[in-house]
Design a binder for this molecule. Structure first.
Ligand code: URA
Length: 261
């Protein structure tokens, strides 16, 4: 076969690579292409009948997730239980279960949507580019990640190709973040972006409508103040929104100062 790539325009090459990224292929494992199917051992003799395993609905898997974490009494136990959970297919493709970062003894909990490629590699949420902007935003109101806040995500595993999490994946993983909030017991929750805000506030309103106001999240009979904020990834693409984000950060700062008086 001709080397097709030599006949491709730059934009075709870019579209080709994007297709790989969208399919979840974001790492090169070698210089030569390899036909993995040809390497698989060929079945011998009579084929064994394929037993169909019943497919569980996301709601049923979510019930299993709830059971898996309901007896956890500490963040360490929760991390172990989530890491051992095999009900979400995202885990099969992920390098790490990305649990949290920051100070587990602080009062402020930030919740993003899902780890990206770098976070999956490092095992830390908001590890690189988005994390750097996030840290700068919070440093601007005097909060440091290792001291003043704690950060986690709705999903502990990276969706391939950095696509948005599906409704089913969110349904399956919601029991994890609920238990995470119960065990962390924050004074304030900041929701980073639409996926996080929609999942926690159980609404499909757009982040542009939800941000800028305080909401409440009720858990175990306690109402926790919740503030949705633009996601750093959105601010990197839409720098014009940084003015709104700045006002929102001042709002959070004022609330924290009120609480400390
Ligand atoms: N990294 C994360 O951990 N969460 C996000 O929402 C985005 C990047």
């Amino acid at each position: 076969m001709d080397n097709d790539i030599e006949h491709m325009e730059n934009q075709d090459i870019a579209a080709h690579l994007q297709w790989y990224l969208d399919s979840g292929v974001d790492e090169v494992t070698g210089d030569e292409t390899l036909d993995w199917f040809a390497l698989a051992p060929k079945p011998k003799g009579t084929p064994t009948p394929i037993l169909k395993t019943p497919v569980l609905s996301p709601e049923n898997i979510a019930r299993e997730a709830t059971l898996a974490v309901s007896n956890c009494t500490s963040l360490t136990e929760l991390k172990q239980a989530i890491t051992a959970f095999d009900g979400c297919s995202l885990k099969k493709l992920a390098t790490h279960t990305v649990f949290s970062d920051g100070n587990p003894d602080s009062k402020v909990m930030l919740i993003g949507d899902a780890p990206g490629a770098d976070d999956d590699r490092d095992g830390i949420p908001f590890a690189r580019e988005h994390g750097q902007l996030l840290d700068k935003m919070f440093e601007a109101i005097g909060l440091q990640r290792d001291k003043d806040f704690y950060i986690t995500n709705i999903l502990p595993w990276r969706p391939p190709g950095n696509r948005a999490p599906s409704a089913e994946e969110i349904t399956i993983c919601l029991p994890f973040i609920k238990r995470h909030v119960e065990l962390f017991d924050p004074e304030l929750i900041i929701l980073l972006g639409g996926v996080s805000a929609n999942s926690i506030l159980e609404t499909d309103s757009n982040i542009t409508r939800l941000r800028g106001k305080w909401h409440e999240y009720e858990i175990q009979g306690r109402k926790i103040p919740v503030f949705p904020l633009f996601h750093p990834a959105y601010l990197l693409k839409q720098p014009k929104a940084k003015g709104d984000a700045w006002r929102d950060l001042q709002n959070i700062k004022a609330r924290l100062e009120d609480k400390s008086q």
